[in-house]
Design a protein around this ligand. Structure first.
Ligand SMILES: Nc1ncnc2c1ncn2[C@@H]1O[C@H](COP(=O)(O)OP(=O)(O)O)[C@@H](O)[C@H]1O
Ligand SMILES: [Mg+2]
Length: 304
């Protein structure tokens, strides 16, 4: 695992000339471990995860359900803390912040977009967008102008007086994106943002996210999803499995993937080999566990 992570850092630099020695990624996740406790049971959600995120880029993190995607977003967003490791944002280790400082970090730097359209039903689209700002008490004329621009970018200026139940799923998600951007955060974190949408609405949200990064290249957008179509808007893509980065797609691999039609697992035929290798490993792990169990049962039977 160590070798793989080092290798990933090296490939990253050699494939992107802008990543010189003195280049600092916007965010660096260094050996993050997160363990949840459910009573006596421990669930290891992140097991020494390393990755980086750059300004002006959309990074997509794909992986199956339960592999640690939401956990990773939560610790980047300051909603949760890792048990160990470093989360460096703009050169500062946010793990060292106090609870108050972490809340301030979250308020000023982070925008969240969730899978489940989390707009407040009683408020209009515009009020939903303004809500986080009113809570943080930073509503200036510039902000109002910025909101207007946001509504324009999401293409819903004429829908601003509508309540969520008068909007389609896709329109609601576009409003959620505008709400996440309302306090002009540096980092936009999207957790399965297209999970609830039909194909057409999904495509609109994807091109919206793409146009946001083009319009605001000072931002970093991080999207976690198990939806392979997200690769279409990615500048950088990781695959996460069992709480570690199992693959960092090189620029070339990513371009190739974008040009191929995806099928099972979201991988094009050539990449099926990798998917099959993973499946085989899983099968081996499983058969090892089963064999151990059979041995135990055998032993118990003989002991009786
Ligand atoms: N609050 C929690 N308490 C206990 N276990 C959790 C909690 N949140 C997540 N987990 C577990 O951690 C693992 C990773 O979860 P998560 O990050 O939500 O994965 P993903 O978003 O990729 O589906 C899963 O096994 C999940 O059940
Ligand atoms: Mg999740």
């Amino acid at each position: 695992m160590e070798t793989k992570n080092n290798l990933e850092k090296d490939t990253n630099i050699s494939q992107n000339p802008s990543l010189k020695d003195d280049y600092q990624p916007k965010i660096t996740i260094d050996d993050a471990i997160k363990i949840y406790k459910r009573g006596k049971i421990e669930v290891v959600a992140l097991r020494g995860l390393n990755c980086t995120f750059n300004q002006g880029e959309i990074t997509v993190i794909m992986g199956p359900s339960g592999c640690g995607k939401t956990t990773l977003l939560n610790i980047i967003g300051g909603l949760d803390r890792p048990n160990s490791g470093n989360i460096i944002v703009d050169g500062e280790n946010i793990c060292h912040l106090s609870d108050n400082e972490l809340e301030k970090y979250r308020r000023n730097k982070i925008g969240f977009v969730f899978q489940f359209l989390n707009l407040i039903p009683e408020l209009t689209a515009e009020e939903n967008i303004l809500l986080p700002l009113e809570l943080s008490g930073t509503l200036s004329k510039e902000r109002r102008d910025f909101i207007k621009e946001l509504l324009d970018i999401v293409g819903l200026e004429d829908r601003k007086v509508h309540r969520p139940d008068e909007l389609s799923g896709g329109e609601q998600q576009r409003i959620s994106v505008a709400a996440a951007l309302a306090n002009n955060p540096d980092i936009v974190l999207c957790d399965e943002p297209t999970g609830e949408l039909d194909t057409q609405s999904k495509n609109v949200v994807l091109s919206l996210l793409r146009s946001i990064i083009e319009r605001f290249p000072n931002k970093s957008i991080i999207i976690v999803s198990h939806d392979p179509d997200l690769k279409q808007i990615a500048d950088k893509m990781y695959y996460i499995r069992d709480g570690v980065i199992s693959h960092h797609f090189s620029k070339k691999e990513l371009e190739e993937l974008k040009n191929k039609s995806s099928d099972q697992n979201g991988f094009a035929p050539q990449d099926q080999n990798r998917a099959q290798e993973i499946a085989l490993l899983e099968l081996r792990e499983l058969s090892h566990i089963i064999n151990e169990k059979i041995k135990k049962i055998d032993k118990n039977l003989h002991a009786q």
